[in-house]
Design a protein around this ligand. Structure first.
Ligand code: NAD
Ligand code: UDP
Length: 319
């Protein structure tokens, strides 16, 4: 069945991949974006309708499904204007929940592993409340996303909006902005240009890296789940709003990731350069994906080496 689908932030990394995935399956896709961190080129040749506007303003149109992704996601971008990030997270999510309420749409809201902060529980299950510094340079994003989750809860309680939260763990792949400062895009670009790979701190902090295709499969399966089935799954777990971690539980140090990139580019003459560790940089991160596996029958399939190879091929094509 052809669905009317809105993707906010559809010109960004995840959104542009999702738009391609949905258009290829014959859905009618509308992208809302103000191109703050997204790129027009990401939508080139794609059969989507474009609403060029800020997600903090009221949203026109009628939709069956909404994917709400609009928000800067890379630390240098979201910290560059923290008020923009915080208001986008709160006011933008509110506008999305309003349109979902008006249309009776199912809405998936992109939250983040950052809601767990610098976690003291490892790996992180959805039931963990997190360890976030509310007054740090990451808090515009972390607290913004936490407030967005609370908005989802209140729209569910007060208006019955069919909202589903995802806490996305570090995801990478084609259509990433090579300049947006995230670790995998930085390392690949540096290696392709024979520049030193910039490891922050001693490169001992960990992340789990999910390839974009794995995330998209889970997104769509999650929205396909019937509402009563969702309630039956989450109510006994003490949750009013469905929330799932989506990430690849394979955990790597940042130095491991740097070595994996160089192993795929043996011709590169890059070395390592150690830079100061940014404030509040989480030391460890790894999703517990038991709920997503059980509810969606989903597991990430793409290994780090395979995903990096596909991402390198994409970046090579953009040089
Ligand atoms: P991105 O920066 O590539 O894309 C974000 C998109 O939102 C861009 O196209 C940008 O122009 C748009 N946008 C930002 N503020 C806007 C506003 N006020 N109005 C309209 N459009 C706006 O980031 P991404 O990696 O594609 O992330 C998408 C979503 O997923 C974000 O909500 C992010 O928090 C979440 N997320 C991503 C990751 C990841 O690893 N990529 C991890 C956790 C959560
Ligand atoms: N990082 C790094 N070198 C870089 C960019 C990032 O060592 O050039 C580190 C960063 O300090 C963090 C991890 O890689 O520990 C992931 O950073 P990213 O910005 O991709 O996402 P985060 O998980 O911090 O939101």
């Amino acid at each position: 069945m052809t669905l009317r689908i809105l993707i906010t932030g559809g010109a960004g990394f995840i959104g542009a991949n999702l738009a391609r995935f949905l258009v290829a399956r014959d859905h009618r896709v509308t992208v809302l974006d103000n191109f703050r961190t997204g790129r027009r080129g990401n939508l080139e040749g794609l059969a989507v309708s474009l609403l060029e506007r800020d997600v903090r303003e009221s949203i026109p149109g009628d939709y069956d499904w909404i994917f709400h992704l609009a928000c800067p996601a890379s630390p240098p971008h979201y910290q560059a204007d923290g008020l923009f990030t915080l208001t986008t997270a709160f006011d933008g999510t509110r506008q999305v929940l309003e349109v979902a309420q008006r249309c009776g749409a199912r809405v998936l809201i992109a939250s983040t592993s950052e809601v767990y902060g610098d976690p003291q529980v490892h790996p992180q299950p959805e039931g963990y409340w997190g360890h976030v510094n509310p007054l740090g340079i990451r808090s515009c994003y972390d607290e913004g996303k936490r407030a967005a989750e609370t908005l989802a809860l209140e729209y569910r309680r007060k208006f019955g909006v069919d909202v589903r939260l995802v806490r996305i763990f570090n995801t990478y792949g084609p259509w990433m902005d090579p300049q947006d400062g995230r670790v995998i895009s930085n390392f690949i670009l540096q290696a392709l240009h024979n520049e030193p790979l910039t490891l922050y701190g001693r490169g001992e902090q960990t992340r789990s890296c999910q390839f974009i295709e794995d995330l998209l499969r889970a997104f769509v399966r999650y929205l396909q789940v019937d509402r009563t089935q969702l309630e039956a799954f989450f109510a006994p777990r003490g949750l009013i709003v469905p929330v799932l971690n989506l990430g690849n539980p394979e955990e790597y140090t940042i130095a491991d990731i740097a070595r994996a990139v160089l192993a795929l580019l043996p011709e590169s003459r890059s070395t390592f350069a150690f830079k100061p560790l940014p404030a509040d940089d989480p030391k460890r991160r790894k999703p517990d994906i038991a709920w997503a596996s059980e509810l969606l029958g989903w597991q990430p399939r793409v290994s780090l080496t395979e995903g990096l190879a596909k991402t390198i091929a994409y970046f090579r094509g953009t040089l």
